[in-house]
Design a protein around this ligand. Structure first.
Ligand SMILES: [Zn+2]
Length: 132
């Protein structure tokens, strides 16, 4: 039973897209050579209380925040970014990088960052969360 007395919670998500190239080391497959994807990032936040307008958070505000974080990945070779100097720019590592960057932007309060999902293709996704 949660401290909120089992009243339930809301989960909101926004999606944004960007295009970027990557290549994978120590990997035997198509993604070993440099190529691009149209990545989709889905960000979920979770909160138990609504504001006066009846919202957990304004979708527009959340989307703007996500776009700001994701914009640095747009139209670049992910391998060149500091985040991926020591690890492969896989969907998994990208999801964690976006999560960590967003955590700095979204202080825990009425709602909190819950999960980041990165889709490399419409059918393949990796989710990352540090929520317990
Ligand atoms: Zn790939």
């Amino acid at each position: 039973m949660s401290k909120r007395g089992g009243k339930g919670f809301y989960e909101l998500s926004v999606r944004t897209r960007f295009s970027a190239a990557h290549s994978l080391k120590d990997y035997d497959g198509k993604c070993a050579s440099l190529h691009g994807h149209n990545w989709e990032v889905e960000v979920c936040v979770r909160g138990g209380r609504l504001n006066k307008s009846g919202m957990v958070v304004d979708f527009g505000d959340l989307k703007e925040c996500v776009r700001r974080v994701v914009s640095r990945f747009d139209h670049c070779d992910l391998r060149q970014l500091a985040e991926f100097s020591n690890e492969n720019p896989t969907s998994e590592n990208l999801a964690r990088a976006v999560y960590r960057a967003l955590e700095r932007e979204i202080p825990r309060g009425r709602f909190r960052l819950w999960r980041v999902i990165v889709r490399e293709t419409p059918d393949s996704s990796a989710a990352y969360s540090e929520a317990e």
